[in-house]
Each structure stands twice: as C-alpha cells, then as structure tokens.
Design a protein around this ligand. Structure first.
Ligand code: NAG
Ligand code: NAG
Ligand code: NAG
Ligand code: NAG
Ligand code: NAG
Ligand code: NAG
Ligand code: NAG
Length: 640
C-alpha cells in the first residue's frame, strides 16, 4: 500500500497540532442554535480545524487594499419559501439557526447540511472602523451561488446573479450613524431544478456518479474595505515575455483621473519601471531584463497602482502563450518554447466544504501533491475557485486550463444562452489577471453546447477579443467542428492524443490545431468505507467507473501503461499535453490520485515521477523543452 507515504505524512504533519487543538475547541456542545460542524458523510484532516474564523486571508490579491475587515464567521440563517419573500425582508429579526460564512449551505461545515435550500436568508452585523470616516465603504462578496440580494440597515443595496463571480456594493450611503450595521442577504439558487438552465458545473439536486451535491449560498469570503471617493474598481493587466506591459486601470467614477503603475521586484520597494496614464485608457510600457514566468521558474513581480488618492497592490508574471509550429507540428508555446502541459482534472470538491475548501492550507495541499508528482498544470474543471487558488498556481508554477462552468447537459433556449454568454464574459474579465492561466475552455463534452449552429466559433472570437493573450480550447471533448486553437479528444482508459486513430465521440487529429488529450485515465480503485463518501446512492454508482482494479499495485500498473501510451503518442504523433482524471475522488467516483478525504495517496510516487518525466522527455525529442532543460531551477520546486 502507498496509503501513507512519506509525501503524505510530511504534508499532513504540519496540520496535526492545530487539528488536535482545533478539535477540542470546535466540537463544543451545541444547544441547537449555536454553530457546530454537522458531521459530513466523510471528513478531511482539516474539518475540525476550521473553527469560527474561516478563510482569514485577504481574498483579492490581484487588487489588494490595506484597510479591510473580514466579515467571515458565524452568521444567522433562516429558510425562505419563495422568490417573493425577497419583497418582505425580515429586518431586525433574529434567525433561529447559526451558519458558517463562507460555506455551502449543503456542506457539513456550514453547520446546516441542508438539502434543496432554494431560498434562504442570511444575516450578520458589522461595524465600520472609526478611522474610515470620510471614506467610501465597499462591501465585497467573492462568490455567492446563485443570486444574492443585499440589504444594509433595512435598505436594498445590491443584487448579483452568477455563482462564481465576485461583486462589490458601495454601501456608504446605507451605513448607520451608530456603530452597528445590519447586513441581510437573500439567496436564491435553483441549481438544475425544473426548467432552469444556468451555469452549475457538476452541481445537481439529484447526485449520481459524475454529478454531485450542490452548493448554495455565500461560499467565498465577504469583506468590507475603505476607499477614497474615486477608487480603482478593476485592473486589467497583462505582462508579456518580451517585457511589454499592457494595463488599463478602471475607476469608480467617470472622471479622467491620472493613474500611475509601478512594477517592482517581489517583496521590495525597488521600482523597475513606472508609467503614468489616464483611468479607463490602456497604458503600455516596457520593462527591460525581466525574469520570465514558467512552471519551472515561476518568477513574479509586485505591482503598485495609484489613482488619485487610491493606492492598491497587485502582482504579475511575464510570459507569453501562443500557438506555433515546431518541427512541422502546431504546438502550445510558452515564451516561444513548446512545453508539454501535463495536469489533472481538478474539480475542487471537498467532503466537508463541497465547493469551499476547509482552508487555504487544505487547498494548497492538493496543488503541492500535484507539483511533487511532476505535473505542471491543472485543468480547473467547470468550477471557478477563489483568487487565492490562482495565486497559489502562479507562485508554485502550475499552468491553469480554466473551464467555463457548464450548463446542465441540455440545450439552452435563447435567453439562457444569452445569460451563459454574459457569465462567460464575467469569467474572462475576472480571471484573466492570473499569469498561470494558459487556456480557456468554453464547452465541456457538449454540455449546453447548441450543436446545430456551432456557437463555439462566435464565442471563440468573443473570448479572443476580451483576452488575446491565451489559447482557446473551444470544445473539450465530443462535438468538435474545428473551432479554437486546440483539437481536444476525451478518451478514457486509453488516450487518443494528436493521433490519426479515433473512435465514437472523438475525431482524427486536425493538423491545423494543437493535438491535446483533454481527459483520460479515470481508472478506479475502491477503498474501505472510512475513506468513502458514506452515502448509499453514491456507493452504488462506484461500479460505473470505467475500470476498477482491486489492488493498488494493479492500479499503478494500469496507470503506468496509460502514461506510457501517452508518451508513445507524443513520440509518434502530435500530442502536446494531457489531463489525467483526476486529482481526488469525488462522491461516487473512486478514480483520484487522492481519496476524497485526502488521506490516501494512490500513486507509487517514484513510478509516477518517472512516467511523467518521460512525457517531458518525449516532448524534448520533438523540439520541445524536455526535462532538466529549464532555464532556471528552484522557485517552483516544492520541498517536502
Ligand atoms: C442557546 O443558545 C442561544 C444563542 O447562543 C442562547 O441565547 C440561549 O440562551 C441558549 N439556550 C440554552 C437553553 O442554553
Ligand atoms: C427549508 O424548507 C424546506 C421546505 O419547508 C425544507 O424541505 C428544508 O428541509 C428546509 N431546509 C432547511 C435547511 O431548513
Ligand atoms: C443603530 O442603527 C441601526 C440602523 O440604523 C438601528 O437599527 C439600531 O437600533 C441602532 N442602534 C443604536 C444602539 O442606536
Ligand atoms: C431535492 O430535490 C430533488 C430534485 O427535485 C429531489 O429528487 C429530492 O428528493 C429532494 N430532496 C429532498 C430531501 O427533498
Ligand atoms: C466499494 O467499497 C464499498 C465499501 O468498502 C462497498 O460497499 C462497495 O460495494 C464497493 N463497490 C465496488 C464496485 O466494489
Ligand atoms: C451497479 O450496482 C447497482 C447496485 O449496487 C446495480 O443496480 C447496477 O446494475 C450496477 N451497475 C453495473 C453497471 O454493474
Ligand atoms: C484492472 O481492471 C480491468 C477492468 O476491471 C481489467 O480489464 C484489467 O485487466 C485489470 N488490470 C489488472 C492489472 O488487474
């Protein structure tokens, strides 16, 4: 058994002390109204460490203000029964239950573990620090699934639709003159019920095998911050491998405010370049002699932006993603060089928090395991994570292939399609800051993809206009009609990557595009009940796994065979990268590198490292960057 390898032990050891302390504190007796974790069907090493001060980190590293206050913690909760309830907000009421924010209302960490929580009220109070007087007070939600109506001190202050996107409400005018403000949020989340066709990813009200328990509510951090009257509302920044920076600073006001952008050495006040301009207009400048960002050498630089009285901190990495011919074959290029991208299907589900990882440490644990095994990429699968996830990928050196959260597998009507496209734009504009994102995926396996009019061509153009700096994988798997930069086959339990052979639901390699294996592997290995999502409906779908091997040695043998097959296709055909299914088990799926509880690591670490290095070596034989030919070592190498 590779169950508790040295790798896993050392990664988990740092949590042990905090866990033993946290357990005593957090398992306090509840009288029925006080918050406590509701025992989920499976825990992780972090479940009882979370406590009542979750996610204390500043949640928006790409646009960071110094004056802020976290509103995460224990809030109060009441069920609602219809959309009409939003018209009669229960101001001043004390709701009967406590709930942890941020969390999914369906998760054990929420303290509720609710089901079919379509309509909900959540409330808390907050005070504004005295020294913020005279400033604007901005209330920020990093993500609420699916619609949020926000009330402050009895007045409707804002509304937002879309479960994966941050929004800001300027609440200055609603604040009370005394110290306590009442914050009330009405949440509506239909998930996949009835005729609703909305971006949900893998969430469903009726979980079965590859579709899972849904997430409703405030599932990422809530915080307030102070800003001057005219403040930086959004930053659009790209830094290329040639040292060219393009940045647009968006102001909260229409005024043509002067702005200054500085690029600094990381954690330093040394200014390498500085440029002035006007809010709302692109500013372009050059930074000489920069160290480039790549997975082997993930160098980042600090950025400081000033607009009038406002000043924020950000960061960037210099790199260029493009598609180009290497030895006669179209390849994904990073800084002009073909780097084979090998990663996992990374769904970001947790048995205790569902969409919300129990902590930053837990979230980064998954990424460190991947990095240690030799992966240089994650495919963030039909979910969008907290900005801190992308920052971790930027820092560790992991490419991110970012999927648009898909609609349920059905055909949207015209209105639903318009809303899908609006949210696709929100995704690109919100996430394009992060240097590690190499590729956008518009459709996964045809889900919600209208197949007779090929909308992926039009959407590819639209995404390209919003972000000309990334590759576009228009259709990952199934209905490929030639759109985008990448020809992406999904073929489980044996790859068909850039290969002339193909089968049902896949097509022969298209030499005009990059050959890519967007999903493969998926081989399973059942585990004992203490590592399984202990829900009978899920356990009885385990037999739907493509292939299940009874022993871990057999599972590793099969994995080796599949990785060798991909290596051979890299040597013989036009394979430029692949995605192994998957980082962890999820509910009734037992095909993870890690079990759902993150307590068992299935790979034979040395064998996997050799096999993954073999892929980079094969790419090296085809004109790409092989293993050990990196310009610079260190930085991205995780020491354990
Ligand atoms: C239960 O908890 C609530 C809220 O903390 C408190 O107001 C109440 O007095 C408690 N009831 C009992 C019986 O302890
Ligand atoms: C909310 O109310 C519905 C309908 O009354 C009920 O089925 C559901 O269990 C409630 N959920 C919670 C978390 O109280
Ligand atoms: C403070 O203001 C809020 C709303 O404006 C009000 O509900 C509350 O009663 C006030 N509290 C005090 C102590 O004045
Ligand atoms: C929740 O809704 C789904 C879909 O409508 C239904 O199948 C399921 O029985 C419901 N669960 C509960 C506990 O009401
Ligand atoms: C997987 O293991 C669980 C518990 O160990 C067992 O109940 C279930 O039947 C197994 N399923 C398969 C397909 O082996
Ligand atoms: C999987 O197991 C369930 C019950 O545990 C059974 O109803 C179903 O037919 C099985 N499916 C396959 C593909 O063997
Ligand atoms: C693993 O399981 C699959 C399907 O159950 C079977 O075809 C294959 O031979 C097994 N491999 C080994 C090495 O046991």
């Amino acid at each position: 058994m590779h169950a508790v390898t040295g790798l896993l032990t050392s990664l988990l050891a740092s949590s042990a002390l905090a866990r033993s302390l946290g357990g005593i504190y957090n398992r306090r007796q509840s009288n029925g109204t006080e918050y406590a974790v509701k025992e989920p069907p499976l825990t992780t090493p972090w479940t009882y460490e979370v406590g009542t001060d979750p996610w204390p980190e500043y949640p928006r590293p790409q646009l960071q203000r110094s004056e802020w206050k976290n509103l995460n913690g224990v809030w109060r909760y009441r069920n609602a029964s219809s959309l009409g309830d939003v018209e009669s907000p229960p101001f001043g009421a004390i709701f009967p239950q406590e709930v942890l924010v941020p969390s999914c209302l369906e998760s054990g960490l929420s303290g509720l573990q609710g089901q079919n929580v379509t309509y909900s009220w959540l409330s808390t109070t907050f005070s504004v620090p005295h020294d913020w007087s005279g400033e604007r007070v901005l209330l920020n939600f990093a993500a609420v699934d699916y619609e949020a109506t926000v009330f402050v001190n009895g007045q409707r202050a804002g509304f937002h639709r879309g479960g994966y996107f941050a929004f800001t409400v300027d609440v200055t005018q609603y604040l009370s003159s005394n110290s306590t403000n009442e914050l009330l949020v009405f949440v509506h989340d239909p998930t996949d019920s009835g005729d609703y066709v909305i971006p949900v990813g893998k969430q469903t009200l009726s979980p079965s095998h590859i579709f899972y328990r849904p997430c409703t509510g405030i599932w990422q951090t809530v915080w307030i911050e102070s800003a001057p009257a005219d403040y930086i509302a959004h930053l659009d920044l790209n830094a290329n491998a040639d040292g060219d920076v393009t940045v647009t600073v968006f102001s909260s006001s229409e005024d043509p405010n002067p702005v200054t952008v500085e690029i600094r050495e990381k954690h330093s006040t040394d200014v390498l370049a500085s440029e002035e301009g006007i809010a709302g207009s692109p500013i372009e400048f050059h930074v000489p002699h920069v160290d480039l960002w790549s997975p082997d050498s993930p160098t980042l630089y600090d950025v400081v932006v000033k607009l009038d009285e406002d000043k924020i901190h950000s960061y960037t990495g210099f790199r260029t993603y493009s598609k180009g011919e290497v030895d006669g074959i179209q390849r994904p290029l990073t800084n002009g060089e073909f780097i084979f991208q090998f990663g996992t299907l990374d769904q970001g589900y947790w048995p205790d928090g569902l969409y919300t990882p129990p902590s930053l440490e837990a979230m980064v644990f998954d990424l460190k395991v991947l990095k240690k095994l030799g992966f240089n990429m994650v495919r963030k699968h039909i979910k969008v994570e907290t900005a801190l996830f992308y920052k971790a990928c930027d820092e560790l050196g992991l490419f991110v292939i970012q999927d648009m959260p898909s609609l349920k597998p059905t055909t949207p009507n015209a209105e639903q399609q318009v809303e899908f496209e609006r949210q696709l734009e929100l995704l690109i504009n919100q996430q394009k800051h992060f240097p590690s994102i190499s590729t956008w995926v518009i459709y996964n396996e045809g889900w919600g993809q209208i197949t007779d009019i090929y909308p992926e061509f039009r959407l590819t153009d639209r995404v390209r206009k919003l972000d000309p700096y990334r590759l576009i994988d228009a259709t990952s798997g199934w209905h490929d009609h030639g759109a985008g930069d990448i020809h992406d086959n999904h073929h489980y339990a044996n790859p068909q990557c850039g290969s002339p052979f193909y089968s049902i639901l896949s097509t022969p390699y298209d030499p005009k595009r990059i050959g890519f294996q967007g999903e493969f592997g998926g081989i399973g290995h059942n585990v004992s009940i203490e590592h399984l999502w202990n829900v009978q409906e899920a356990i009885s779908t385990i037999n739907q796994t493509y292939e299940v091997n009874e022993s871990l040695d057999a599972w590793n043998y099969r994995a080796h065979k599949l990785l060798v097959e991909l290596t051979e296709q890299t040597d013989m055909f036009a394979c430029s990268g692949g995605v192994w299914t998957q980082t962890t088990d999820v509910e009734g799926e037992v095909n993870g590198l890690l079990t759902y509880d993150r307590r068992v690591l299935r790979p034979d670490v040395e064998q996997w490292k050799r096999d993954i290095d073999g892929l980079y070596d094969a790419a090296g034989r085809r004109g790409g960057k092989g293993r050990g030919r990196s310009r610079k070592r260190g930085g991205g190498v995780v020491e354990l």
